[in-house]
Ligand binder design. Structure first.
Ligand code: 3HC
Length: 294
């Protein structure tokens, strides 16, 4: 097993989750290389991280110097071949099996370090299926972060049937010791621990709105005030992204064939209509500058 300290990390994707993971790595002062498909997407990812770091400064969590040091740890590329020297790569692209397996096949070709860890931030796809897209399935593991990544302390660690003990241990040390996250282990079953519990709850809330059982506002108010949740299920669905909620539900439905995982028609129509939640400005609520306005 390699005891070499992890200093060179690659993140594939600079969307909501990828940017959050990159930020947390940069704040831990490791060298972070972020891949995006185009220069425009890379610029958007850089701006997203910068905004979040600025928020850390304004809320007194980090100093301006720490923000600048974190920013100095970040580089961007549009060429996955630049990941050759990475010791750990975390893939955080769309929840689409074909796209993810293509990326893992490419990472397998370009990452040269025999001890490298190839991790996926998938929310629900089986790690074993992603791993078999590579010639090194023992190097592949799930590392599932939670949104907003700089705020939520949990990481789920998901070994596949083929992951080596050395890779499991290295990935756990990275999440716990380098990034300072709390780690729980989960079996390689769609949804792992958190989404297996969360998604049926979110879908039930959508069904309540759909049937007219209660209003969006009252459902959220009830869970915030009655259960002390930080936000209600419909605001949380908007935060996660309704397309992502649907993709996770679809994976879990495919895995378990249980009606409680079936995406309700209202969710399907909202996704088809481009109402994706906070990121598109409209979901169960309307957003301006990331804040709910109605
Ligand atoms: N980046 C950095 N810091 C952030 C942040 C971000 N994107 N969003 C919020 N924060 C920080 C703020 O700076 C603030 O820090 P402070 O208390 O030190 O000032 C703190 O978090 C609280 O933020 P706000 O005051 O702006 O807002 P809230 O108090 O309403 O908290 C929230 C916002 C952190 C999003 C909170 O509502 C929350 O934790 N909600 C639940 C989120 C959740 O359940 N996430 C898991 C989703 S499931 C998932 O990700 C899995 C995937 O597979 C689907």
């Amino acid at each position: 097993m390699s005891s070499e300290k992890i200093e060179r990390v690659g993140i594939v994707g600079a969307g909501q989750m990828g940017a959050g993971i990159a930020e947390v790595c940069a704040r831990a002062r490791v060298d972070v290389l972020v891949f995006e498909k185009t220069a425009e997407l890379a610029d958007a990812g850089r701006a997203r991280i910068r905004k979040s770091l600025d928020r850390g400064v304004s809320s007194g969590k980090i100093t301006e110097r720490e923000r600048d040091q974190a920013a100095d740890c970040l580089r961007f590329t549009t060429d996955l071949a630049d990941f050759a020297d990475r010791q750990i790569v975390v893939e955080a692209v769309l929840e689409n099996e074909r796209i993810k397996t293509e990326i893992f096949a490419e990472l397998d070709r370009v990452v040269t370090d025999d001890d490298a860890v190839l991790a996926s931030n998938t929310s629900s796809l089986p790690i074993t299926r992603i791993a078999t897209a590579t010639t090194r399935p023992e190097r592949v593991v799930g590392l599932h972060f939670f949104n907003p990544v700089p705020v939520l302390p949990l990481v789920e660690l998901i070994p596949s049937l083929r992951t080596s003990d050395a890779v499991i241990e290295r990935a756990e040390r990275f999440a716990a010791d380098v990034l300072g996250k709390q780690v729980v282990r989960a079996s390689d079953r769609s949804g792992f621990v958190v989404n297996a519990l969360l998604v049926p709850y979110l879908l039930s809330a959508v069904r309540m709105v759909e049937s007219g059982f209660a209003t969006t506002e009252d459902i959220d108010k009830a869970t915030v005030l009655g259960l002390a949740h930080p936000m209600g299920p419909l605001a949380l669905s908007d935060l996660i992204g309704l397309d992502t909620v649907k993709s996770i539900a679809d994976s879990m439905y495919e895995e378990y064939k249980e009606p409680l995982y079936a995406a309700p028609p209202l969710l399907l129509r909202m996704v088809e209509g481009g109402l994706l939640g906070k990121k598109s400005g409209q979901g169960f609520y309307t957003y301006e500058n990331g804040r709910i306005v109605s």
